[in-house]
Design a protein around this ligand. Structure first.
Ligand code: NDP
Length: 689
């Protein structure tokens, strides 16, 4: 069935575990290309206070009972299930004006973000319900009082108010870190494209993978919802600066100090390097990138390039190249495969963009595209929200205002010249804070100066050149691992950025106390906490038997000059500090030949390892290795190995054990300290013997 042939549906909200339509008939939502009704939206009569209470009581409690790994597994299963039904989403997405390529960013990009967080959760977080933040802070000389920062999930609901341009990605890029943190969400998609978000939520609910209350959806106005937010809730907003500012000072948000994250308008810039004139690869890459950013999603991207800053000498060539490229972009109904750029999301949105172009025209002249007469290859030019890509040129950007102020949220960019590197940086900064800037140069000195100048004003800066041309993810693509957000005008918020995004939904708390009690709270042994020696070697114990604080103190081993010579010959590491007595003495750190650091680590392993097959399956790495004191020939090494953290992996027969490893000399001085990571079987019968 083609999207045009669909019967318009009354959208429903998913609140308190049931689907419900609003009390009213609903406002029609129109297909961006044909103007036909796709759906009706209304949320009248819904009990928003009850929705918040349901999220907190049911969803939050259930999510917090799960560990990070269990929640990561849930995200993975969900991502895989959504991929299986992606074609239904693609079919409907045409109505939003998106081409297949646009929808790939929205649908598969969104699901990819979910899967990326699933994988990060599994790899970078412990299989626990509490997250440690930073190192132990020693607060007393005798080690009896210490502190550890911890992160725990907020016990409220995350209210996600999303923009119309990416109904799927915009929802999932917020949900993934929220759920991984252990917090339930209420999603409020922008009305214009809410039918696509609603379909995706239906798919999510049908998987039954989420606990009740972990996800609620409001199609339509949020009514009095924000009146009921409390100090443990979070509001995350994407949209216009005007709405964002209004919501930020909402009484309940201010009075209850509700965390409010905002991503709003952004006049992102792309700077062409002084070295990147016509004929260079960087010039061609720049042209391609600007044209792509203008036309992907018809320029309705928060990260799109709005300001094109180029050396004055290259301006004419640049405008010519852009004009030619943009002229080859077929505009029309995205259901037509020949179309490369669809319409804007709605006629109202096109009116806003046209008004924006009129404002920009106060400072700039139109050099490509006709804002009033789009050349459309398919679709209803009268009913569809089509618009040509429009390129403007502003000759005096230093004294202009509108080009740095007005975000025409469509296929619109303004080219502006600069005469010096400082001027290029100054122009980019006139955006007053943006999500992203890019610099196209092959000159390291230019890249360094421009990036240092731009970074404080941007959440992300991309450097483009010939080397990264094939692998670059591009100016406009936010990535799960990279920060998405910007200071000032861009809203001041931050999303994604790997685990940074998860922590936005958690509370950081400094916990102080005696080491043994801190260890009980955090699940991680620390110096000064109780430990148990004796009995079976800790390497003989499975995860089920091992306890945090199980400790082994080894015999001593004397390091001889022959050992050092042998290690040097065997490994090939004949650095003078190990081999040449006079040269070593001349070194400010040593009094003569010293043992290799890796010899110390190797001897330490020889001292603490229990060799027979058993529950310990593999050595998995070392963290935080420091050599703290030189080891001279004749020194006697001893190791104290303490089980520091036990991390059973979900859906596996084994898990990770972190051991505190302290190597001391005959005087009890610490010569090396590090964490040894091993993989250990959960049960003895799963062990290697
Ligand atoms: P809006 O700010 O109007 O809407 C954004 C979201 O806020 C929508 O979900 C909207 O819902 C909701 N909303 C609006 N008013 C309220 C309210 N009083 N209380 C609670 N929620 C509210 O932006 P649009 O999406 O309409 O886009 C308008 C402009 O915003 C664009 O032209 C563009 O300039 C900018 N924009 C910027 C983006 C960015 O990331 N930089 C992304 C998208 C847009 P509803 O749709 O139901 O009104």
């Amino acid at each position: 069935m083609t999207p045009q042939a669909r019967q318009p549906r009354r959208l429903e909200s998913y609140v308190c575990g049931t689907w419900a339509s609003g009390a009213g008939d609903g406002v029609p939502l129109l297909d961006a290309s044909t103007g036909a009704a796709v759906a009706f939206i209304d949320s009248g009569g819904l009990d928003f206070k009850a929705a918040l209470a349901h999220g907190r009581a049911k969803g939050g409690a259930a999510l917090r009972r799960m560990s990070f790994h269990e929640r990561a597994a849930m995200l993975k299963a969900l991502g895989q299930a959504l991929l299986e039904r992606k074609e239904e989403l693609y079919a409907l997405s045409t109505a939003t004006g998106a081409t297949r390529a646009d929808s790939w960013i929205d649908i598969e990009g969104g699901i990819g973000t979910l899967l990326s967080y699933a994988s990060r959760g599994r790899r970078e977080l412990p299989n626990a319900r509490l997250l440690l933040d930073g190192d132990v802070e020693a607060l007393s000389k005798d080690g009896s009082f210490s502190a550890q920062h911890v992160l725990t999930p907020l016990q409220g609901v995350a209210v996600h108010i999303n923009a119309f341009n990416f109904p799927c990605w915009g929802m999932l890029e917020k949900l993934a870190p929220t759920w991984l943190a252990g917090v339930p969400a209420i999603v409020k998609p922008a009305s214009q494209t809410a039918y696509l978000a609603e379909l995706m939520v239906r798919h999510i609910v049908e998987t039954k993978l989420l606990p009740d209350g972990a996800l609620q959806l409001i199609c339509g106005s949020v009514g009095d919802l924000l009146d009921h937010v409390e100090g443990q809730d979070v509001v995350t907003f994407t949209g216009s600066a005007a709405t964002g500012r209004r919501l930020k000072i909402h009484r309940a948000i201010v009075e209850n100090s509700v965390r409010f994250t905002m991503e709003a308008d952004s006049l992102n810039a792309a700077v062409l390097g002084l070295d990147a004139g016509p004929g260079t690869q960087e010039f061609d890459l720049f042209v391609r990138e600007v044209a792509r950013e203008m036309t992907v999603k018809a320029g309705q991207r928060c990260t799109a390039i709005r300001r094109v800053i180029a050396p004055r000498a290259y301006i004419q060539a640049l405008i010519e190249a852009l004009r030619e490229r943009l002229g080859k972009t077929p505009v029309g109904n995205p259901a037509d495969e020949a179309v490369r750029m669809g319409p804007l999301a709605s006629l109202a949105q096109r009116e806003d963009v046209r008004a924006g172009i009129r404002s920009l025209a106060a400072d700039a002249e139109i050099v490509a595209g006709d804002p009033d007469n789009p050349s459309v290859i398919s679709g209803d030019a009268g009913a569809g929200a089509f618009l040509d890509p429009v390129l403007l040129y502003c000759d005096k950007p230093a004294s202009a205002r509108a080009v740095h102020d007005v975000e025409a949220f469509g296929p619109v960019s303004t080219v502006m010249p600069y005469d010096s590197l400082e001027e290029a940086v100054d122009l980019a900064r006139r955006g007053k804070g943006s999500l992203v800037a890019s610099v196209f140069t092959n000159d390291p000195a230019f890249a360094e100066e421009v990036v240092l100048g731009l970074a404080p004003f941007h959440g992300r800066v991309m450097i483009g050149n010939r080397v990264s041309a094939k692998s670059s993810t591009g100016h406009g693509s936010p990535l799960p691992g990279l920060v998405h957000g910007g200071p000032g005008r861009a809203g001041g918020g931050e999303e994604l950025g790997g685990l940074r995004g998860v922590k936005h939904y958690m509370q950081r708390t400094a916990v102080q106390g005696a080491p043994t009690l801190l260890c009980a709270v955090t699940g991680r042994w620390l110096q000064g906490a109780e430990a148990r020696e004796g009995g079976e070697h800790p390497f003989r114990k499975s995860l089920a038997e091992l306890r945090i604080g199980d400790q082994l103190t080894t015999a001593r081993r004397v390091v001889t000059l022959e050992d050092i010579d042998h290690f040097a010959r065997f490994t090939g590491d004949t650095f003078y500090a190990h081999m040449d007595e006079a040269a070593a003495k001349a070194n400010p750190f040593f009094e003569g030949r010293v043992a290799h650091g890796y010899l110390i680590v190797s001897f330490a392993a020889g001292l603490f390892v229990d060799p027979a097959p058993g529950p310990v399956l593999a050595n998995y790495g070392i963290d935080n290795l420091r050599f703290l004191k030189p080891v001279n020939p004749g020194d006697a090494l001893q190791v104290q190995l303490t089980c520091k953290e036990i991390n059973p992996w979900a859906k596996a027969e084994h898990g990770e054990v972190r051991w505190d490893c302290e190597v001391t000399n005959q005087d009890g001085e610490t010569v090396a300290r590090y964490d040894v990571l091993t993989i250990v079987a959960k049960a003895r019968d799963r062990a290697a013997a």
